[in-house]
Design a protein around this ligand. Structure first.
Ligand code: SF4
Length: 315
């Protein structure tokens, strides 16, 4: 049955962005349209993580995602973050967001462990894998990573490590763009063994965003290639998907629809978000960026979360 839920003042998820650098070349990359903070020193970053995540946890937060850029370009920082998170025993989500290109690599010539085996031993709970098409050639072209291992190969290795994975798909012209494509993608993802599938529209951007320093015009790409979620919903229902909930956030322009695919029971989320719509009246989004500063939005210095702001919210 359909439910409409409201979100609280604070995000239920904390993002730890270990780097804003990426080896991929997605034309729709949000960081190309917003801002890329420089990478500060590890010790300062980990101190900031201790403070800000400790505050988030004390206020009930139990979901954390390590992200980038491409997070695995900062492998030792990812390991240090996982070591820091080990003290929090009851986290519901401890995931790593990645384009998958570096997951299988051996860390050194003599090493028997792959990057992901090492991270599993360090306490990682799940991999959020960006896969924008079931066809590897199209997917790698959208990512701008022609030599990336096939998704099937990556997933086989994750299974061998006992690590669950989520598939992250961005809808777009030139990729998955119709309900028929999406249904095919979901069936493929279910067969691969995905824990769940998260489907996004290309980001919409609030009008006042204009970080022109980037070498890709992600705003123009997103406007031109945007594919809307809502017209797909009726078709999904006809193909064995039942709508579980619709969540409209009230501190930013984000809507998320949760479906169950039967007979597999796999959860499929669809979402749309306007970047830059975050209200200063709360913390609808929380991200520790590579400069060791906690932000509640994508608009740089005006979204910094200060100690005074943190002190005003207590468990
Ligand atoms: S993989 Fe993610 S961070 Fe890297 S270019 Fe693509 S969207 Fe940007």
């Amino acid at each position: 049955m359909k439910q409409t839920k409201k979100q609280g003042l604070m995000s239920s998820q904390f993002d730890v962005m270990v780097t804003s650098v990426c080896n991929a070349r997605c034309a729709f990359c949000v960081q190309e349209a917003t801002f890329k903070p420089p990478c500060g020193k590890d010790a300062k970053f980990l101190r900031a993580l201790r403070d800000s995540f400790g505050w988030f946890y004390a206020n009930g937060g139990r979901r954390v995602v390590i992200t980038g850029g491409e997070s695995l370009l900062e492998f030792s920082r990812v390991k240090a973050v996982l070591a820091e998170l080990k003290q929090y025993k009851d986290l519901q989500v401890k995931a790593l967001y990645t384009n998958g290109s570096l997951l299988l690599r051996r860390l050194s010539k003599g090493s028997s462990d792959s990057a992901v085996e090492t991270l599993t031993k360090a306490g990682l709970g799940c991999v959020n894998l960006s896969v924008h098409h079931y066809d590897n050639e199209i997917n790698n072209a959208l990512l701008g990573l022609p030599g990336k291992p096939r998704t099937e190969e990556i997933v086989k290795h994750l299974e061998a490590c006992g690590l669950p994975f989520r598939l992250n798909l961005t809808l777009q012209r030139g990729g998955i763009s119709t309900a028929g494509d999406l249904i095919k993608y979901v069936k493929w993802g279910v067969k691969l063994g995905a824990k769940d599938i998260y489907v996004r529209e290309l980001f919409r951007f609030a009008r006042d965003i204009n970080w022109a320093a980037a070498d890709r015009d992600a705003v123009a790409y997103s406007n031109k290639n945007h594919v809307l979620v809502p017209p797909m919903q009726r078709l999904l229902k006809k193909h064995g998907f039942s709508l579980l909930s619709e969540q409209r956030e009230f501190l930013r322009d984000k809507t998320e629809w949760a479906f169950t695919h039967s007979p597999s029971g796999t959860r499929v989320y669809l979402s749309s978000l306007e970047i830059g719509s975050e209200s200063p009246k709360g913390w609808p989004y929380l991200v520790l960026m590579p400069d060791a500063v906690l932000y509640n939005g994508w608009l740089g210095s005006k979204c910094k979360v200060t100690r005074a702001m943190m002190a005003s919210v207590q468990p």
